[in-house]
Design a protein around this ligand. Structure first.
Ligand SMILES: [Zn+2]
Length: 297
């Protein structure tokens, strides 16, 4: 199960209702933080989550509303005896920014910090992988995807018919190996199937561009900024952001299953329906989140 917690859902300026941007993705022992706006570590506490369990941070870009929570988080990890390597991934320039950031306060962490500037597939385990794609925000900016690889499963109906006993033989089938049982050969491909991948995409702070839809293609969950309503499309273009309508167009074009709108401006605090309706006119399965909302995929 992949669990997503929205720690901060504001646009550039946090409000009483919304903290600066940050999303936590939990899968088994991995806790991947996508952006870390100011106050993110307190949002962890409010969500009753432990910030010391963070394994890696993915930075979309270096505007303050997406990164000003990093020093506070690093300090808390240091005081809490964090021992793991702290991995930071971001667009071009991230190494320089991290270096500068560590020079702005007295950092007494005893844990290693590894910083990588990424594009394309940049991290992979047996279970999942992470990808980055360049976006258009006037500065270096990345969108990210988390892809949980579909596992090979035994087809229980076919297994019942085959009368094979459960145990280590089935393990071999799962690994794609053919087996022989009581003189009869059983082909792995006839008794197994591969479940689909699960894909979660994160698109923050970018103007509309041709790379988005192909990159987030077939997302089970597309988490997308929607700083403006459709009535302010020109302003969105000028400030290099997306409207809720554009986020919905991307969802439709990419054949994504569900759209989550975030990075919401204070100007819509009293009229959130406006943003949601803009999206739903084009893509029905659209939702708008508030701080500390969580969902499972
Ligand atoms: Zn932002």
């Amino acid at each position: 199960m992949i669990k997503i917690t929205f720690l901060g859902t504001a646009d550039a300026i946090p409000s009483a209702m919304r903290n600066s941007t940050s999303v936590l993705l939990n899968y088994n022992k991995e806790n991947i933080l996508i952006d870390c706006g100011e106050g993110t570590q307190r949002q962890f506490r409010k969500a009753r989550l432990n910030p010391c369990k963070v394994t890696r941070v993915l930075i979309s870009h270096w505007h303050g509303d997406h990164v000003l929570g990093i020093p506070g988080l690093l300090q808390t990890l240091a005081l809490s005896g964090y021992k793991k390597t702290f991995f930071v991934y971001g667009p071009k320039g991230t190494k320089g920014f991290m270096k500068s950031l560590l020079n702005t306060f007295i950092f007494r962490g005893r844990y290693p910090i590894k910083v990588e500037e990424v594009n394309g597939k940049f991290f992979e385990t047996e279970d999942f992988y992470l990808e980055a794609e360049k976006m258009t925000n006037g500065i270096h900016c990345n969108a990210y995807t988390f892809i949980k690889k579909g596992q090979t499963r035994i087809d229980k109906k076919k297994l019942k018919k085959s009368k094979l006993p459960s145990g280590p033989l089935l393990q071999k089938l799962k690994q794609g190996r053919n087996i022989v049982y009581r003189g009869k050969k059983y082909l792995a491909k006839n008794l197994t199937f591969r479940e689909g991948d699960k894909k979660i995409s994160f698109v923050f702070d970018t103007s509309m561009n041709k790379s988005i839809a192909p990159f987030v293609k077939n997302s089970d969950l597309l988490i997308c900024e929607s700083s403006f309503g459709s009535e302010l499309e020109e302003r969105a273009k000028e400030y290099k952001h997306l409207t809720a309508q554009q986020a919905a167009e991307i969802s439709k074009k990419s054949k994504s299953k569900k759209l989550i709108l975030t990075h919401i401006s204070q100007r819509y605090d009293k009229n959130l329906k406006k943003i949601l309706n803009d999206a739903r006119k084009i893509f029905k399965n659209s939702f708008l989140v508030k701080d500390l909302d969580a969902l499972e995929v």
